[in-house]
Ligand binder design. Structure first.
Ligand code: ADP
Ligand code: MG
Length: 301
């Protein structure tokens, strides 16, 4: 991948490379990745997370038990400070539990070391960060290509094509060669969503992915997620939007570090999603017909 290699060597700061490596790089498969007997795709058992504060240890999560099966579309709702981001960070391995077990896609995430977690995450989970975390020195397209580059997924030529296609899905292909600083918050959020799909992960964990979007664009992102679920992905979406939370297959409410409600709901697919169901399996793979974007005419925010 000449373009990204060049960028990596000449334009990226050392700190940025370290961040990227930790987010996306391919590590060696470990024992923990191979040994698990959990049947749920995501299985949290008695997960506690304490943070050291000047006032003593603060318990952000207090004994969370949560099992999520493949194909579920889960909304995590709750007030600010209730522990939603902390919970997502347990599943993605961005943070570790103080106590308890986190087994995701057959991997005991809490047992992996830093390097192993990065590789595992890059292969298995698409993460949409609450505050995007795009690399400012890379263009939009390069940001989307980086997980592919670091995990050595797809051929060099396919990477840019795939990145452009993913950007098309979030109506950002016109901005592909701009730097993130030239974009609005909502546009950066859409790029972060495209990047999360770079390696076609089975699981997407998105922390308030519509938090910076106008309602029409939020709706388009939601449709994209519905389409991904229809194609077999599992999505956990932290959201403040009660309307969206009512439209997923399951809503988990957190208060004060505990699950206080867990509601399974009938999932009514949007007509546009049903129409896309047939071709939605892996959104885009080399050599397959490309599905149409759902974003036609989304607001530029
Ligand atoms: P939410 O995403 O629901 O708004 P968070 O998971 O970010 O909530 O935070 C849950 C609680 O944990 C909050 O009270 C927050 O202040 C606290 N918290 C989060 N991260 C840290 C940290 N690194 N150190 C200390 N407290 C933290
Ligand atoms: Mg949060």
């Amino acid at each position: 991948m000449v373009g990204v290699e060049k960028v990596r060597h000449f334009r990226m700061e050392t700190g940025e490379i370290a961040v990227l490596r930790s987010l996306f790089s391919r590590g060696k498969r470990s024992q923990a990745e191979q040994n698990s007997n959990s049947s749920a795709l995501i299985n949290l058992e008695q997960v506690t997370k304490g943070y050291a504060t000047p006032a003593g240890e603060f318990q952000a999560l207090k004994g969370i038990d949560l099992q999520i099966d493949a194909g579920e579309f889960v909304a995590v709702i709750g007030k600010s400070g209730s522990g939603k981001s902390t919970l997502s960070n347990m599943i993605t391995g961005i943070d570790r539990p103080t106590k308890g077990q986190v087994v995701v896609a057959g991997t005991a995430v809490h047992k992996l070391n830093e390097g192993q977690i990065a590789g595992w995450r890059g292969r298995n989970i698409g993460v949409v960060f609450q505050f995007f975390q795009l690399l400012p020195s890379l263009t939009v397209a390069e940001n989307v290509m980086l997980p592919m580059d670091f995990c050595n997924m797809y051929s060099a030529r396919e990477r840019r094509r795939r990145a452009l296609h993913l950007l098309e899905l979030v109506d950002m292909v016109d901005q592909a060669d701009k730097l993130p600083t030239a974009l609005s918050g909502g546009q950066q959020q859409r790029v972060a969503i495209a990047r999360s799909l770079a390696n076609d992960p089975a699981i997407v964990v998105a922390d308030e992915p519509t938090g910076n979007l106008d309602s029409r664009t939020a709706e388009a992102v939601f449709h994209l997620f519905e389409k991904l679920v229809a194609g077999g992905k599992t999505i956990l979406m932290v959201t403040h939007d009660d309307d969206l939370a009512r439209r997923v297959t399951r809503a988990v409410t957190i208060a004060d570090g505990q699950i206080v409600a867990d509601t399974k709901q009938a999932h009514v697919l949007h007509p546009a999603v049903e129409q896309h169901h047939e071709q939605s399996h892996a959104i885009w793979q080399p050599g397959r017909a490309q599905p149409q974007p759902l974003f036609a005419g989304a607001a530029a925010d």
